[in-house]
Design a binder for this molecule. Structure first.
Ligand code: CU
Ligand code: ZN
Length: 171
């Protein structure tokens, strides 16, 4: 009986440790509803690493953030239905109220380094967030924007990323 309990306990601890080490997020094109691949988020001594395995995206750099709400649905804003609007704004638990460099403590905690998409429409280069932990990430969403990100609210708010292109709920 004792042995059986120890075995079950070790099984539980192993699966828990594995589950808390890595999260895979399914990403969907908000216009077409089609899958564009996954982003795997993993623990690292320097923060969390976001490893994309994405395709069918527009070539170039794209704003990439953790948004506060675990939804990729559309939401009405000023009478217009905004794709991905239900994801809310950038994850900002300290209510810093500004968009900044991913390594800055003055900006949103969900501000990530830009996502690079190659000539074939693929994104595979990982980025590191030095501030986020996996704990921060459950029940949030991951967003890829149409435009890039200058890590500032100037000249455009939220880095100038503009419309929401692809999204995934982080469970
Ligand atoms: Cu965003
Ligand atoms: Zn931001």
């Amino acid at each position: 009986m004792k042995l059986k309990y120890a075995f079950l306990t070790s099984l539980f601890l192993t699966s828990t440790a594995f589950a808390s080490n890595q999260i895979t997020v399914d990403m969907t094109n908000l216009k077409t509803g089609e899958s564009v691949g996954t982003v795997t988020i993993s623990n690292h001594p320097y923060g969390t690493i976001f490893t994309p395995n994405l395709s069918n995206l527009p070539t170039g750099i794209h704003g990439f953030h953790v948004h506060e709400v675990a939804s990729c649905g559309a939401k009405k804003k000023n009478g217009d239905l905004v794709p991905g609007g239900a994801a809310g704004s950038h994850y900002d638990p300290a209510s810093n109220g500004q968009h900044a460099e991913p390594w800055s403590f003055k900006g949103h905690k969900g501000d990530l380094p830009v996502l690079y998409v190659d000539e074939e429409g693929r994104a595979t280069l990982p980025v590191l967030s030095p501030r986020l932990t996996l704990k921060d990430l459950s029940n949030r969403s991951l967003m890829i924007h149409v435009n890039g990100d200058n890590y500032s609210d100037d000249p455009k708010p939220l880095g100038g990323g503009g419309a929401r292109l692809a999204c995934g709920v982080i469970n």
